[in-house]
Design a protein around this ligand. Sequence first.
Ligand code: PLP
Length: 452
Amino acid sequence: MQQQQQDTISALQAMDAAHHLHPFTDSADLAKRGTRVIERAEGVYIWDAKGNKLLDAMAGLWCVNVGYGRKSIADAAYAQLQTLPFYNNFFQCTHEPAIRLASKIASLAPGHMNRVFFTGSGSEANDTNLRMVRRYWDLKGMPSKKTIISRKNAYHGSTVAGASLGGMGFMHQQGDLPIPGIVHIDQPYWFGEGRDMSPEAFGIKTAQALEAKILELGEDKVAAFIAEPFQGAGGVIIPPDSYWNEIKRILEKYNILFILDEVISGFGRTGNWFAAQTLGLKPDLITIAKGMTSGYIPMGGVIVSDRVADVLISDGGEFAHGFTYSGHPVAAAVALENIRILEEERLVDKVRTDTGPYLQDRLQTLSAHPLVGEVRGMGMVGAIELVADKHSMVRFGSEISAGMLCREACIESGLVMRAVGDTMIISPPLCITRDEIDELIFKASQALSLTL
Ligand code: PLP
């Protein structure tokens, strides 16, 4: 690297340390180590300012579903910026991109879900869910139904309501969360918490924690249950097969609304447009964001079932909720083009029938490595559990951060994987090819060997 280039990077790092507070970051530690400045990206690869090329097995933050460098998305944004860069959807107004996007999403969503409420992010969408389910029960004449049941270690965003709905203890500790009216039950994390019984038995047990909580609180107090199809940021925790049927039985029995948070799983990651379709679930509300625009521009939303929408619309008057950027025209134009690409290149079908199964097969080859306790995944996500002892499955103690070491080893090998504790997770762009999957697995295996 030339001196001038190195000086520019150093100057940027100094400016960053002086002025930029990063999300979910220990800023003092970052200032010591220096930020990695990412400069450009194409397909499944990113390049940092030093010229290092990395295969991005996380699709940014689980979002770049169509891959980087799509010129037609940039063109769609540019065209919309010139025609109508902003107009709101308040006060009896709207615009064509928002109308077309709502209609398109309704056509892709499960049949009983025909309306979309737009937001700027997944967190705002979950705030919307909280208000919408409480409003629903008020309008139904059951105002005591206010509590929302979530799960420990869930991630539902970072706003006050989002972080409260989430079940991350370290987030709750900062800022006196959760807010009242949100409670958490055990997560269905068999490898971490259930290995003293079969996955099936553990799936039933953790699902029945929902029933126990409803009975403890009283059915007349519970508004909704919120869950991710698999807990993404929690470590790609995929419930055992027995889990969802039991959850469905309980939700029906006690007349509880079901919010499925598909911020990660939506727009193809599990091989269908929504994981609700993959898992045969019938949610009342679906949270969306990320893959909706492939992260090219911020946008989120809630897909609303007829059951909820009919009550809001016919009995409700004004729903006093919304954001300046709800249904932003440029974001909607980007989302429409993103969905067009997913359809034209049959990327969702490929995840179901070709690249998804291929990734899962290839991932399993890593389970032979001495550091690996379990490999799991579905569609285009996966997790690798690192263990200190493969036979007893004993995990590393707090003195060794195997996940962090592995993440650094991945970078050395030219790969971006994320570490959640000692769980390595991946969520590559849906456009990844078989050859690129081979490269990902090769680099992951190299990184495992460099880890300890
Ligand atoms: N819900 C889930 C399942 C997520 O994974 C995330 C973000 O990672 C969110 C909600 C929050 O979305 P955002 O960061 O767009 O607010």
